[in-house]
Design a protein around this ligand. Sequence first.
Ligand SMILES: *Cc1c(COP(=O)(O)O)cnc(C)c1O
Length: 387
Amino acid sequence: MPSLSNESLQAALEQRKEKHLYRSRKIVSGRHSIETIIDGVPVLSFCSNDYLGLATHPNVIKVLQQAAEDLGLGSGASHLVSGHNHTHHALEEELAEFVQRERALLFSTGYMANLGVISALLGRGDCLYEDRLNHASLLDAARLSMAQRLRYTHNDTQALDSRLSTNNQSKRLIVTDGVFSMDGDIAPLPEIASLARKHEAWVMVDDAHGFGVLGKNGGGSLEHFGLNSDDVPILMGTLGKGLGSFGAFVAGSNALIETLIQQARPYIYTTALPPAVVQATRTSLKLVTEESWRRDKLNSLIQRFRHGAQQLGITLTASNTAIQPIIIGQSDAALQASDTLLSSGIFVSAIRPPTVAEGSARLRITFSANHSEGHIDQLLLALENTL
Ligand SMILES: *Cc1c(COP(=O)(O)O)cnc(C)c1O
């Protein structure tokens, strides 16, 4: 019988190291911006999800400081007890208006929003259809809900169609990332929405990497395709990536949001976000709405990188978003490449299984509107010397 002991834990850790799958944390001592300090060394970073560079925007910081004065730090309780501040309420209304839905509901994290929605809507005997490359939180949500999980081949709408055809349980929900977090490609949402209509299922999109970044106005992958709430009744967006802050929201109909308030356990049984952070996020949302130049600049940086990489003979994926992976293959080789880049002052993290499939370890490069063309050229030069 295997038993829990420090010795057995240590043995498993050693095995993990031998397979080059050991995860360790690098300590950031500078600001969380493109230029920072990692383990004491100044670097140029290409691995944050702060795509618009709003995490360090001076207006956001000023509002945060003032709100901390006015409101304090913690909310002190969950939303349903005494933690629901007027700032939470105002941000929910602003988010709902921004994505053109009846209501929005704040969650403390995107991970919890996914658990909350899926476990509130589905139970034993219901069916959840998931893209194979969906985020871990969506896979975990299936377990919490006890619904049957049916995974379909990545972005393969024919596979989804046949999955939906063979099964006819009472409640059916299709859930997909809008932009896939480790690949950067966009889900075929118009086709998915029409399959949902054909098979009488609902669709939920996790737009963690699209919200604020894609679409002319930053509305995300739904705006990118011109889809509305009839096509995709449930939209989840996070506030820690494109908005440079923290937290998440779910947007949809009044009935959906009220159901979540009544039934989503990861909403009900957790402390509400710090109100000062929420107040600062309102400023982030304003910047996203009013200043589209960050999205334009980000896109031109992405194009510059792709063009330059192709000239160097570096194989890229089909991604056109700010997530530009370079597939290396083996975990040790990916780690080695990341270390070599770091020693030349370029920070790009290596992503290994089980986050990505076996044999597809990669450098996950991400861009920010705060990068300059010169930064892209620096990255390309370092890649040329490394790969
Ligand atoms: C980051 C991420 C989440 C989790 O959001 P947090 O707010 O960081 O918990 C959920 N889904 C996807 C696709 C993500 O990339």
